[in-house]
Design a protein around this ligand. Structure first.
Ligand SMILES: C[S@@+](CC[C@H](N)C(=O)[O-])C[C@H]1O[C@@H](n2cnc3c(N)ncnc32)[C@H](O)[C@@H]1O
Length: 273
């Protein structure tokens, strides 16, 4: 019998919160993003394809066993803010959506995930599960989420009986359910503080813990690690957006096919990815 690993496609893979855990659970993973994110030792852990998700045709994923996706959330988060500019943006988006002259593109990336799943499933002749993650503020625009884990909201084929409190071991330094949208110095400092609390005080910890602790100690400035302050903000945003370990772990285990299922569903199929 040929040994096969199940295949997961990670759309908008970022730093690979989903991928890291799927790989550890024995999956093959291919990630798609428009950018190669690298911050210190933090980088995408799997095979990365630099491609705009809007240009993907899902039929190329007919051999996939699961698709996970985390489209960008900044615009949804922004419009959930209690600011007059955010309220004006809501009115504008509603006009775009409801007017016959409007050009409503807000949900394009979110909707692309479901189009890709449909095309993949049609090409495969079987249903390929898709889990899409985003923020609470997206619900106003895309409909109610099926579940949420902290501030990580989930749509699509969200596994039944998702536990309220995950019992899996938490991985030190990984995001444990705090996700924020925002910008500006106050948000940046608040995000750093939150992450410092999560990372704990361990010495020689992960990149974030080390960086945050050193920054707090005054022994390092963002400018020493990154070419600009905006680079370090970007690094923090990417870390905060990273899918929590226990969430990815639950989905990876839930959808992992047993070897018999995998063999029969793939019989005769050639892996092209
Ligand atoms: C919310 S983050 C993903 C976080 C990721 N799941 C993780 O665990 O690190 C969104 C990602 O979408 C990427 N992105 C934005 N627009 C894109 C597009 N049109 N096609 C592909 N990737 C895109 C961004 O570069 C960013 O890495």
């Amino acid at each position: 019998m040929i040994e096969m690993s199940p295949l997961c496609i990670d759309l908008f893979c970022g730093l690979g919160g989903w991928s890291e855990v799927f790989l550890a659970e024995g999956w093959d993973v291919v990630g798609f993003d428009i950018e190669r994110h690298r911050y210190g030792s933090e980088r995408y852990p799997g095979q990365l394809v630099l491609q705009d998700v809007l240009t993907i045709h899902g039929s190329q994923f007919r051999n996939a066993d699961c698709i996970v996706a985390s489209p960008p959330c900044q615009r949804y988060s922004y419009m959930a803010m209690p600011w007059s500019r955010a309220k004006r943006e809501i009115q504008w988006q509603e006009w775009e959506r409801d007017s016959p002259f409007g050009n409503f593109t807000l949900n394009d990336l979110f909707n692309a995930c479901f189009r890709i799943q449909r095309e993949a499933s049609e090409a495969a002749g079987r249903h390929i599960p898709l889990v899409v993650e985003n923020v609470v503020g997206a619900q106003r625009w895309v409909g109610r989420a099926a579940w949420h884990h902290g501030s990580f909201y989930l749509w699509g084929d969200v596994p039944a009986l998702m536990p309220h409190v995950f019992k899996f071991l938490k991985q030190p330094g990984r995001n444990e359910g705090v996700k924020q949208g925002g910008s500006g110095p106050e948000w940046f400092d608040k995000a750093l503080d939150e992450r410092r609390k999560e990372a704990g005080t361990k010495a020689g910890g992960d990149w974030f813990g080390t960086y945050a602790d050193q920054k707090a100690d005054g022994t390092i400035s963002p400018g020493r690690l990154y070419s600009s302050h905006s680079d370090s903000r970007k690094a923090v945003s990417a870390m905060i957006a990273k899918i929590p370990f226990e969430l990815a772990s639950y989905v990876a285990r839930y959808y992992k096919p047993c070897p018999i299922d995998l063999e029969s569903s793939r019989r005769g199929a050639i892996r092209e990815i």
